[in-house]
Design a protein around this ligand. Structure first.
Ligand SMILES: [Zn+2]
Ligand SMILES: [Zn+2]
Length: 351
């Protein structure tokens, strides 16, 4: 038995606090499950949606929140693989499970994807209805807070490193932009056996955290506008794999400059800018690669759950604060101020 009404954090107007409202609890439709949300992470996307307004939402009001973990409390028709009481995390968008990308396990590219809190009501609420195809069982030994941040904050850099960047043990890596995603990229690259990790960030706190998470070399791009120089001094060459988490033309260009001959650059940061490629004589002649990496696939999330469960990956430093639903605006404020002590913040709507 679930409640008829629930509390939800809703976006009514960009730049104004989210309103905590009592609204009708959703009912699971065909192929959907109803999840009682235990934890929902916040990220930079929520700032774009709620504070800056540069990513539009499909309608207002809308319940935000796309990094959810909780317990199945009701099943719609056709959800036989799941059971009431099961702990699940949700892929950050409602995926179709039927398009050519979903069928190939490339859910990041689902052609009918509806992001929670953007195209449909999200998980900053006591309950969320979700297609069962996007629900990922959480193993025992992985808590809800960790599961919630894995769905986006950890799986996005994992997808960039593994699925797109194809990091090999022993390779040299550079990470440009060491906020929540970049910090986790460093932690994951180290776990995956990177031989050398350079971290580039303007913020001293972010550089200190990068070193703590496993970077061998931290670079202040204000003091060293050409980051490849300190990398070359230390390594004698550029890196094999460089990841960009900022989304500005100049940071993408700096990422490309970090590459060795044969190197791969993976851009995760998004924005309207248009970076300039290196001269073709060098980009082509040195067989360099530039690629985008968008979100994650379901397999990235479930593999990370296994890595945490087996003690291979320690995310104990990743949650910088938890808040009840009523504290959501305080948490968003910390993110919007770019409070540099923050890796990830998580809302617990059940508290
Ligand atoms: Zn997110
Ligand atoms: Zn699809």
């Amino acid at each position: 038995m679930t409640a008829k009404t629930m509390l939800a954090a809703r976006l009514r107007a960009v730049g104004e606090p989210l309103t905590i409202e009592a609204i009708a609890a959703p009912a699971p439709g065909p192929d959907e499950i109803l999840v009682a949300v235990a934890a929902c992470g916040l990220c930079g996307t929520d700032i774009h949606l709620a504070v800056e307004g540069d990513i539009p939402v499909a309608r207002k009001p809308i319940t935000l929140g796309h990094e959810a973990a909780g317990t199945v409390v009701a099943l719609g028709p056709g959800t036989g693989g799941f059971a009431v009481g099961q702990r699940v995390a949700l892929f950050p968008s409602a995926i179709c499970g039927k398009c050519r990308f979903c069928r190939a396990g490339r859910e990041s590219l689902c052609e009918a994807s509806q992001v929670y809190g953007m195209s449909r009501d999200g998980a900053l609420a006591q309950y969320v209805a979700a297609p069962a195809i996007g629900a990922i069982p959480i193993p025992d030994g992985v808590d809800f807070l960790t599961a919630a941040i894995i769905t986006d904050g950890v799986s996005t850099p994992f997808h960039a490193l593994r699925t797109r960047g194809r990091l090999q043990a022993g390779e040299a890596v550079a990470v440009v932009g060491c906020g929540g995603l970049g910090a986790h990229a460093i932690l994951l690259a180290r776990m995956m056996g990177a031989g050398f990790i350079a971290a580039i960030d303007m913020q001293p706190e972010a550089r200190a955290r990068a070193a703590e998470f496993g970077a061998d070399l931290v670079i202040d791009p204000v003091a060293e506008p050409d980051p490849v120089r300190p990398i070359r001094r230390r390594l004698g060459r550029g890196v094999d794999l460089a990841l960009e988490f900022v989304g500005l033309p100049q940071t993408v260009e700096a990422t490309l400059r970090c590459l060795d001959t044969g190197g791969r650059a993976v851009v995760v940061g998004v924005g309207p800018g248009r970076p300039v490629l290196p001269p073709l004589i060098s980009f082509v002649g040195r067989e360099q690669t530039l690629m985008g990496s968008f979100g994650m696939d379901k397999r990235d999330i479930s593999d990370l759950f296994d890595l945490v469960m087996r003690g291979r990956l320690d995310l104990s430093r990743s949650v910088s604060g938890t808040y009840p639903l009523a504290g959501v605006n305080e948490a968003l404020g910390r993110l919007a101020r770019r409070d540099t002590g923050v890796v990830r913040l998580v809302i617990e709507p059940g508290q």
